[in-house]
Design a protein around this ligand. Structure first.
Ligand code: NAD
Length: 368
C-alpha cells in the first residue's frame, strides 16, 4: 500500500487504522476504518452492501468521531462494511467470519447499520462478546423499535422552538421518509401537539393541510403497505414534500436532498436533520441567509448513538432516553447561541463544537 493511499485520507483527526479483510473460504470481503480514539474505543455500525468503498467507510467513520465527541460520549469513531448483498444466504457466515476477524481489534465496537440488524449483532456478540444494538433478550435497547433517533429529533424541536419562540402545538410539520426515523419523529411531534401535514416515502407524498392521521398511517405502513395506498389526504408525487408550506421540515430519508439548485423549494422556518447529510453545506448556507434555522444531523439525529452507547454501558431504556433528552436539548441550545453570537453558519458551528473537545483531548487545541 503506497503512502499516498494513507495520505489521501489522513488529516488532523485520523484515521488511525484502515483494515481490509479477505477470507478465502467464505469469500468474506470487508473494510474497517478506526478513525479516532481520543475519546475512547470506537463505536460505529457495520454496513452490508455490494457497492461500499474504503472512502465511504472512512467518511462514515469520521461522522461517528464527530457525533460521539459532540454528544460527550466516551467513544471514538469507527465504521465497517461487509462487501456483499444483505439478502445473500451467506449473510450469517460472513457476519460471523467478520466478527472473528476483528476479535483482536478491541478498539472497535460494531453496531447495526444499513443491511445489518439486531440479529447480526447477536451473531457478532456470540462470536466475540463485543457489539451494540443487540436484541432485547441479550440485554439490548432496540433503538429503532424505541424510536430513539426520532425522539432526539423531537427534543431538538423543543429546544429550537423555545429559542425561536415558535410554539409546537399546531406547528405544521412535513416529514420526508416514513421509516424508522420518520415514523418515530412523527409520533413524538404529535405528542407535542404538532400537526403533521405531509409525509413521503420512496414513491409518493401524502398531504393534508388539516393534519394526517399518523397512528392510522403507522398501522398501514406496519402492514408493509406504501403511503400512496393509505386512502388519506392528497397523493402527490414523491418530491412534492420538499416544497410544501410548513413550519418544520424533517428530512428522514436520503442524503443530499437539498442542494444549492433546489433549496429555493423549501418553505419552512425550521429544519431538523433526521437523516445524515440531507442538506449540502452550500445549500445550508443559503438557507441560513434566507433566515431558515437548520439543526444539523450530528445534533438532531444523535438519539440513536446515545441509545447505543447507553446500551453498551449497561444502562436502562429510561436512562438512555433521559440522556437523549438532556444532551440533544443542551447541544441544540448551544448551537443556536453560537450561531447568533459568533455569527457562524449552523453546520460550521456544529463541526467546531465537535472538534473542540477532540482536539483538546489530543493536545492539539488551537482555539479553532
Ligand atoms: N435508524 C436510526 O436510528 C438512524 C440514526 C441516525 C441517522 N439515521 C439516518 O436517517 C435516515 C433514515 O433512516 P431510517 O432508519 O429511518 O431508514 P428506513 O429505511 O427505516 O426508512 C427510510 C424511509 O425513507 C423513504 N425513502 C427512501 N427514499 C426516499 C426518497 N427519495 N424520498 C422520500 N422518501 C424516501 C423510504 O421509503 C422509507 O420510508 C438515513 O439517512 C439514516 O442514515 C438513522
Amino acid at each position: 500500500m503506497s503512502a499516498q493511499y494513507v495520505d489521501s485520507f489522513a488529516d488532523d483527526l485520523g484515521p488511525v487504522k484502515i483494515l481490509h479483510i479477505y477470507e478465502p473460504k467464505t469469500q468474506l470481503r470487508a473494510i474497517v476504518v478506526v478513525d479516532n480514539l481520543a475519546m475512547g474505543p470506537a463505536i460505529g455500525g457495520c454496513r452490508m452492501a455490494t457497492d461500499v468503498s474504503t472512502r465511504e467507510v472512512f467518511r462514515l467513520a469520521r461522522a461517528m468521531t464527530l457525533k460521539n465527541a459532540l454528544n460527550d460520549l466516551p467513544y471514538g469513531g469507527g465504521k465497517s462494511a461487509i462487501i456483499g448483498d444483505a439478502g445473500s444466504d451467506q449473510k450469517e457466515a460472513w457476519v460471523r467470519e467478520f466478527a472473528r476477524s476483528i476479535r483482536h481489534l478491541e478498539e472497535y465496537i460494531p453496531g447495526p447499520d444499513m443491511g445489518t440488524d439486531e440479529q447480526s449483532m447477536a451473531w457478532v456478540q456470540e462470536e466475540i462478546g463485543r457489539a451494540v444494538g443487540l436484541p432485547t433478550a441479550l440485554g439490548g435497547l432496540p433503538l429503532d423499535e424505541l424510536g430513539a433517533t426520532g425522539f432526539g429529533v423531537a427534543v431538538a424541536a423543543d429546544a429550537a422552538s423555545e429559542w425561536m419562540q415558535m410554539p409546537l402545538p399546531d406547528a405544521r410539520v412535513v416529514i420526508q421518509g416514513f421509516g424508522n426515523v420518520g415514523r418515530a419523529a412523527a409520533r413524538f411531534m404529535l405528542e407535542r401537539g404538532a400537526r403533521i401535514v405531509a409525509v413521503s416515502d420512496s414513491e409518493a407524498t401524502l398531504h393534508d393541510a388539516s393534519g394526517l392521521d399518523i397512528p392510522a398511517l403507522m398501522q398501514h405502513v406496519g402492514r408493509g403497505e406504501k403511503l400512496a395506498a393509505a386512502k388519506q389526504g392528497q397523493v402527490l408525487q414523491r418530491d412534492a414534500a420538499l416544497g410544501i408550506d410548513c413550519d418544520i421540515f424533517i428530512p428522514a430519508a436520503r442524503p443530499d436532498v437539498f442542494t444549492e439548485a433546489n433549496q429555493h423549494l423549501l418553505k419552512a422556518t425550521l429544519v431538523l436533520e433526521g437523516a445524515n447529510i440531507p442538506i449540502t453545506h452550500e445549500a445550508a448556507r443559503v438557507l441560513h441567509e434566507r433566515g431558515i434555522v437548520v439543526i444539523p444531523d450530528i445534533i438532531a439525529n444523535s438519539g440513536g448513538v446515545i441509545c447505543a452507547a447507553a446500551e453498551f454501558g449497561g444502562r436502562t431504556r429510561e436512562e438512555a432516553f433521559d440522556a437523549i433528552r438532556k444532551t440533544v436539548y443542551r447541544n441544540t441550545t448551544r448551537l443556536l447561541k453560537r450561531v447568533r453570537e459568533r455569527k457562524q453558519f449552523p453546520h460550521d458551528a456544529a463541526m467546531k463544537m465537535a472538534r473542540e473537545p477532540l482536539l483538546k483531548k489530543m493536545g492539539l487545541y488551537a482555539n479553532t
